[in-house]
Ligand binder design. Structure first.
Ligand SMILES: [Fe+2]
Ligand SMILES: [Fe+2]
Length: 158
């Protein structure tokens, strides 16, 4: 499978899921915080989620605007877009972000289970975080084991 085919599939399935679900989860956090005013642990979990969301959004943007288009260009043998980013270093950093974001989401789920009493709103939020966690596993596996090695090979060939 070509680099282009894999990354296009990743964007249309996994990236689009994150773009749809991350704002939804932020809204669910807001609702839950209104239900539990003064729950500091919940408030902290919401703030941690906001940081994770920002990190994921920058990560997706770097993939969609720099790494993926440049990988496609290298594969076609056409000109790449100049970038300030050190692409090889950014790939290593991205693999660390794959781990750290997954771990942070697991931490948030554990906090919600222990610090927030059972309610429909809490369970819907947990369910939605689980949805992105499950999809993230597949997404990360494709990038770590296929996209990144292919990109490194393409950049080495240039
Ligand atoms: Fe991605
Ligand atoms: Fe990624």
């Amino acid at each position: 499978m070509s680099f282009q085919t894999i990354v296009e599939e990743i964007m249309s399935t996994h990236h689009s899921l994150l773009k749809r679900e991350l704002p939804r989860i932020s809204a669910q956090f807001e609702t839950l915080c209104i239900e539990h005013p003064g729950n500091e642990i919940l408030n902290e979990a919401k703030q941690i989620f906001t940081k994770v969301r920002n990190k994921v959004e920058v990560h997706l943007k770097d993939e969609e605007t720099v790494l993926f288009p440049n990988g496609i260009a290298m594969e076609r043998g056409s000109a790449t877009t100049p970038t300030e980013i050190n692409q090889v270093e950014r790939l290593t950093e991205m693999e660390k972000e794959h781990d750290s974001c997954g771990n942070a989401l697991t931490g948030i789920q554990n906090t919600l289970r222990t610090a927030v009493p059972v309610s429909d709103a809490r369970d819907k939020l947990l369910e939605n975080i689980q949805l992105i966690q499950d999809d993230f596993v597949v997404h990360v596996e494709k990038e770590n084991s296929r996209v990144h090695p292919m990109f490194l090979e393409l950049i080495g060939r240039k």
